[in-house]
Design a protein around this ligand. Structure first.
Ligand code: SF4
Length: 468
């Protein structure tokens, strides 16, 4: 089935029926949540760090024209070039022209969501330029001819055996055993090392762009982006315009919450600040540096009620805590961005009529907003998108009926409680019989609340003390 954000329901059903995928996702979600707890709990003031990082991005986005100009002039001062791409196609054309001018035949590439957004690899291949992903997860999905299924773990949907089989099939290295993870990783590194050494150019994304220095910040756990940006003679950075921050301290504010939210560490293994190409007798670094900045609807978003989403630093916390993503994985979303942030971004970028399923793929538990290090009100943004679907008359009939039924029921609390109690009872019975039906453990919130209130009254506290 071709990728399209329109097909969420059927993809989600397929994903939920895939036992291997379910097992992989379950393990991964437990791990990623634990890492998030570890990272955010390792400091006493994580909320202050979130506020600070969020304020930095908010200020930059409100003054983006100023910081873009400043960034461009600093990059030029350091000997680099800045290009602006209005659309995805523009970015691909610019990158291909830069490569052709220098006779580039082979490229090594670091992880870049913007390049996924624009379909850069396909465009390069169509222009007869060989491109190799060098982030191990990205490399795995590239040779599997798949798309990444997670922002930072592109191959999380695959297990060890699947990856070993893929390497055995794809690498022409004779008979060998790939039973253990270190053997698989060693083979991947061996193959990629050759690619680094003979690449004519390196392409990376950017985690942060610094206006006051013209700097590019790259964050990885494998160091592959550093090799892409320093070994080949030319380095091309592709990034969205929202990656800018004013200065070095502001970059620090973003980095403090990025790694903690994702890997649980204070800082990622490789956090590099690059400015300009190699200067004079310097031993390493590219001879040429190009930064290609992508708009692709971002300036429209700045002027809209959805501008908060531009603070997103692609840390993946929202999806790692999303019960819908935890059941379906990233491919079900049918677009580059998945999980709660993808459910906001995709309809805005691709048109709500083309992605109307996504804002509905939400349990409204609000956990995404609680864990988002940039304090993006994801549930509010999703609610606004659902409102727009309704205005346009494109929301699903069952959603319209469901919401109307809920609105009616909510006016009659007794009836509401009776029906939800009965529903919870039915689910707890059916969930035992059929695994695909959600199993309802325990009692409803209202029955627990009523019991607690009775107990408090019995103990002479009353309702007021319960509320405090
Ligand atoms: S929306 Fe927030 S939690 Fe989700 S990826 Fe972006 S910054 Fe991270």
């Amino acid at each position: 089935m071709p990728m399209s954000p329109r097909d969420f329901d059927s993809r989600a059903a397929d994903a939920m029926a895939d036992e291997q995928l379910q097992a992989n996702l379950k393990k991964l979600m437990i791990l990623l949540k634990a890492l998030h707890r570890q990272g955010t709990g390792s400091v006493t003031n994580f909320d202050e760090l979130r506020q600070c990082a969020s304020a930095v991005k908010k200020h930059t986005i409100e003054n983006l024209d100023y910081y873009l100009e400043q960034f461009e002039s600093r990059v030029i001062e350091k000997g680099g070039k800045v290009h602006y791409a209005q659309t995805c196609e523009d970015l691909n054309v610019i990158v291909i022209e830069i490569c052709k001018r220098r006779g580039v035949k082979t490229i090594v590439k670091g992880k870049s969501m913007v390049s996924e957004e624009t379909g850069l690899n396909k465009a390069l291949e169509a222009a007869a330029i060989e491109v190799t992903e060098t982030d191990m997860g990205e490399y795995i999905v590239q040779i599997a001819h798949e798309r990444p299924s997670h922002l930072v773990g592109p191959a999380i949907h695959k297990n060890r055996k699947e990856i070993a089989d893929l390497f055995l099939k794809h690498h022409d290295l004779g008979p060998r055993s790939l039973k253990e993870i270190p053997e698989i990783v060693a083979e991947g590194r061996r193959v990629l090392r050759e690619k680094f050494l003979r690449a004519d150019a390196g392409i990376t994304g950017a985690n942060v762009l610094i206006a006051e220095t013209g700097g590019v910040v790259l964050v990885t756990n494998e160091g592959n982006a550093d090799l892409c940006s320093t070994i080949p003679k030319m380095h091309i950075v592709v990034a969205g315009i929202e990656k800018l921050v004013p200065g070095l301290e502001d970059a620090g504010a973003v980095l403090r919450v990025l790694a903690r939210s994702l890997t649980g560490r204070a800082m990622s293994c490789y956090t590099s600040f690059l400015t300009g190409p190699r200067e004079g007798p310097q031993y390493c670094g590219p001879e040429e540096l190009h930064v290609v900045l992508l708009d692709n609807h971002r300036t429209e978003i700045i002027g809209s009620e959805f501008r908060d989403i531009l603070r997103c630093i692609r840390c993946s916390s929202c999806m790692n805590h999303c019960p819908v993503f935890g059941q379906t994985g990233g491919h079900a979303y049918g677009s580059v961005y998945s999980g709660p942030m993808g459910s906001v971004l995709t309809p805005i970028m691709e048109g709500i009529e083309n992605a109307a399923d996504l804002p509905d793929a939400c349990s409204s538990d609000g956990r995404c907003a609680e864990v988002c290090p940039m304090m993006i009100p994801l549930p509010d943004l999703l609610r606004r998108l659902r409102g727009k679907e309704r205005e346009l008359g494109i929301s699903k009939r069952y959603m319209r009926w469901g919401i109307s039924a809920y609105m009616t029921l909510a006016r009659f609390p007794r009836l509401y409680r009776t029906i939800t109690d009965a529903g919870a009872g039915a689910l707890s019975v059916l969930g035992h019989v059929n695994k695909s039906i959600p199993y309802c453990r325990g009692r409803t919130f209202f029955s627990l609340f009523a019991r607690q209130r009775r107990r408090s009254k019995g103990a002479g506290h009353g309702y007021r003390s319960l509320k405090q």
